[in-house]
Ligand binder design. Structure first.
Ligand code: BEZ
Ligand code: FE
Length: 289
């Protein structure tokens, strides 16, 4: 095609695709290019603006490595990660939410009633609930991969002063589907904002904060793996999570429990928590695969 114009270029692109191209790839690429061309026409994109965009993509590539995933972060702050999540979320199960870049594999086993707080000097948070199916029946043997920030707002992978698996644990629920552990209340924190994504946030007048949360990956044979988070209802950033991860059914009350009421048995910390503590109950509903 030699008479390419600004009006026919999208059709010309489609015409360049091979006849035997995978039909799903044709659909995805066709839609992507249609929207990209539409975007450039909509805003009458200038050379200078597009060069700024290209320079941004180059910087995102340069700063990324095995540990830092700037394009994932870009997808997160644009709401794309959450949108893809919500497109495939089934209403009968617990909502999914963003995985984020700080999950690490190989977390140590955490028995039901085990403790992740270790020696950290912060009030105890007791977390418990049932892993169940949409009919409410427990799912024995389900596993929960759990991770969160330390009281300083850092994940262990960001903080040389923490051990590799600090505030990480892998719990297998028993026949009753119940999980339980003690930890500290996670704190709100900022997504990495020292790179090009941080520049975009600032240019758009946005902050980099996430409300505090506990991460879970729930897995059970025959069920769809659930990646999710739980948020306290009094967090100041609940209504402005910079990665759009908050869902109504993931917001829970962290109840202040009076001194002297910590369970006398069943927890690593039983007999060791004379003071007031916090408690949150959060059930996870998994749907069949
Ligand atoms: C997180 O929750 O760990 C997270 C999610 C998205 C971007 C950055 C961090
Ligand atoms: Fe997080």
């Amino acid at each position: 095609m030699r008479d390419v114009t600004k009006d026919n270029i999208t059709d010309v692109f489609m015409g360049y695709l091979g006849e035997d191209v995978n039909p799903r790839l044709r659909e995805v690429m066709g839609s992507l290019v249609r929207h990209l061309h539409g975007f450039a026409r909509d805003v009458n994109l200038t050379h200078e603006e597009w060069n700024t965009g290209i320079a941004f993509l180059e910087r995102a590539g340069e700063i990324s490595d095995k540990e830092r995933h700037e394009f994932v972060l870009l997808s997160d702050v644009l709401g794309l990660s959450s949108l893809v999540d919500m497109l495939h979320n089934l209403p009968e199960g617990t909502s999914s939410s963003v995985l984020g870049p700080f999950h690490i594999t190989g977390s140590p086993p955490l028995r039901v009633g085990g403790d992740m707080r270790k020696g950290f000097d912060a009030p105890v948070l007791l977390v418990e609930g049932i892993v169940k199916n949409p009919d409410g029946a427990p799912i024995p043997g389900a596993t929960l991969d759990i991770w969160q920030t330390a009281p300083n707002g850092l994940y262990s992978s960001q903080d040389p002063d923490q051990e590799t698996y600090s505030f990480h644990g892998l719990q297998t629920v028993g026949a009753d589907g119940r999980y339980a552990f003690t930890t500290v209340r996670p704190v709100e924190y900022t997504v990495p904002s020292d790179g090009p994504v941080g520049d975009i946030l600032r240019a758009c007048g946005r902050h980099p904060w996430r409300p505090s949360h506990l991460h879970f990956i729930a897995e059970a044979e025959g069920y769809k793996t659930l990646v999710t988070e739980v948020f306290p209802e009094d967090d100041p950033y609940l209504d402005q999570d910079t990665v759009f991860g908050v869902r109504e059914d993931l917001v829970m009350r962290y109840v202040q429990m009076p001194a002297g009421t910590f369970p006398e048995k069943g927890f690593d910390l039983s007999g060791k928590v004379p003071d007031a503590y916090l408690k949150v109950a959060f059930d996870l509903t998994l749907v069949l695969a």
